[in-house]
Design a protein around this ligand. Structure first.
Ligand SMILES: NC(=O)c1ccc[n+]([C@@H]2O[C@H](COP(=O)([O-])OP(=O)(O)OC[C@H]3O[C@@H](n4cnc5c(N)ncnc54)[C@H](OP(=O)(O)O)[C@@H]3O)[C@@H](O)[C@H]2O)c1
Length: 259
């Protein structure tokens, strides 16, 4: 039984990570902004799975909040008087979409997205990798997106950064007992699109994945030490096409597929 820290654990993929990890007998540290939801989820997980659940209320666009989470990740279990367990799996999952065009959008919103989906991932991965390398075991799972392969705005750019960063981290950690994996889901039923007020009514059902499937595939790939994880055959094929197609074609597809 290990301990996993999941960011964005109050909804969607993060909530599903929490449930699947608790069912697999992991103790949990849940991170998000909504304190009521965090407490509710923690209570349900403790009652249903009998695991220990800590909560950290943190806005990952705020550097001081990110540092409080990083401090939790640095716990090795060797510190005098420390009762908290070291984290063996970090899931950098928190994120959000933005359907506004970059030039017209408010710069603060753009910077907030960069802070949550890039800066926080970097800081938390640094804290976790140091502690895990010291202990000679652990895993980091970063939630990217198939959008990383599209040239479509800052969200795609953040997820392309997550992908390149995770690949580099995996290479650096090779042979240390610590692994790094990036999962690149396609469209998945969560709160993501409603939160960004996107109209998804025109998208065919075949384009959608379910969170339990995405999370189960991602965790299976973490256990196998896979670096690039793409849930579902459909999105494996779509990703292969996007990698091989001329970039002009990919940009044209991205322009058409803006939600
Ligand atoms: N759904 C998709 O189609 C899809 C596809 C590819 C990749 N992804 C990626 O999957 C990840 C999870 O998204 P989801 O689809 O599960 O979305 P979701 O259902 O909207 O959940 C997002 C989670 O992130 C948390 N969060 C958002 N901003 C935060 C902040 N500033 N600080 C701390 N926590 C924050 C939210 O909790 P609070 O509001 O309580 O803070 C919530 O728990 C994201 O990285 C997203 O980019 C999603």
């Amino acid at each position: 039984m290990g301990t996993a820290l999941v960011t964005g654990a109050t909804a969607g993929l993060g909530l599903e990570f929490a449930w699947q990890l608790a069912t697999a007998r992991h103790h949990l540290v849940l991170v998000a902004r909504d304190e009521d939801r965090l407490d509710e989820v923690a209570g349900q997980l403790r009652a249903a799975a009998g695991v220990d659940v800590e909560v950290i209320r943190a806005d990952l666009s705020v550097p001081d909040d990110v540092e409080r989470v990083a401090e939790r990740l640095r716990v090795t279990g060797e510190e005098a008087g420390e009762t908290r367990r070291p984290v063996g799996l970090l899931v950098n999952n928190a994120g959000f979409g933005n359907r506004h065009r970059f030039v017209k959008d408010d710069l603060d919103t753009q910077l907030q997205a960069l802070d949550v989906m890039v800066r926080a991932v970097l800081v938390l991965s640094h804290a976790a990798a140091g502690q895990m390398k010291h202990r000679g075991r652990g895993a980091i799972l970063n939630v990217g997106s198939v959008a990383a392969l599209l040239g479509s705005g800052t969200y795609a750019a953040h997820k392309a950064w997550v992908r390149a960063f995770t690949e580099g981290l995996a290479s650096e950690l090779r042979g240390t007992g610590v692994t790094a994996t990036v999962v690149a889901p396609g469209l998945t039923h969560t709160e993501f699109h409603a939160r960004m007020h996107a109209d998804t009514s025109g998208l065919p059902e075949v384009a959608w994945l379910d969170a339990p499937r995405v999370v189960a595939d991602a965790l299976a790939d973490v256990r196998r030490g896979v670096v690039l994880s793409t849930p579902s055959l459909r999105y494996k094929a779509a990703s292969a096409f996007l990698r091989l197609a001329p970039r002009g074609t990919v940009r044209a597809i991205a322009r058409q597929s803006r939600l």
